[in-house]
Design a protein around this ligand. Structure first.
Ligand code: ATP
Ligand code: MG
Length: 179
């Protein structure tokens, strides 16, 4: 029989995946046998808050984790269902079995605790700059941003024209942006 393995779940929008996300994943993956990374709001793309598609985010995260030598993870896109009462069941239907959940979000904590999971806090790394909003603002205003994301993420964003897309989205929908 296989030994009992511990799987942990972390969900984010990863718009884009940055070094804070990478650091927290490195920490969590030392505390479990397998990490499940949920790519949240998978249906959204091409907006200021959510510029990248689920497929683009999948590629950037995969490259970043592979470059770190990590291989004990699953990446699972998750569309929003906008019904908190059945969110945990929705997640369960998408991913392999898991025991631990890492989150700093009080509602996510409550929902998974009510469903009987071990919920742990995820440590924050240099949150002032390792933040999706900060990186999107920097891309739009032409400031340095590449050093805030893993190399594979910067390459993916440039490859898919994501930096130009964000700047165009801002021009086309300037009401969406608060810099
Ligand atoms: P946004 O500004 O777009 O909300 P974000 O940086 O908060 O982006 P998310 O995708 O919303 O990134 O976050 C997903 C998860 O990653 C959250 O649980 C959050 O706590 C965690 N996280 C975000 N930034 C960091 C960081 N600097 N260090 C560690 N964990 C982080
Ligand atoms: Mg966030």
């Amino acid at each position: 029989m296989r030994k009992q393995e511990v799987s942990a779940l972390l969900i984010g929008r990863f718009q884009p995946f940055h070094i804070g996300h990478l650091e927290v994943i490195k920490t969590i993956s030392r505390q479990c046998d397998r990490l499940i990374v949920g790519i949240g709001s998978a249906q959204l793309s091409h907006t200021f808050e959510n510029p990248f598609t689920a497929g683009e985010r999948h590629l950037m995260i995969n490259r970043a984790l592979h470059d770190e030598g990590l291989d004990n993870y699953f990446l699972v896109p998750m569309v929003d269902i906008n019904r908190y009462a059945v969110w945990v069941a929705h997640v369960q239907s998408l991913v392999p079995p898991f025991q631990d959940v890492y989150t700093n979000n009080p509602l996510t904590r409550r929902l998974f605790e009510e469903a009987g999971y071990n919920v742990r806090s995820a440590p924050l790394f240099n949150r002032e700059v390792y933040s999706g909003s900060e990186i999107r603002k920097r891309i739009i205003s032409g400031k340095e941003w590449e050093h805030l994301v893993p190399k594979g993420v910067a390459e993916t964003i440039i490859e898919v024209g994501g930096d130009q897309r964000l700047r165009d989205l801002t021009r086309e929908h300037s009401y969406e942006v608060t810099i």
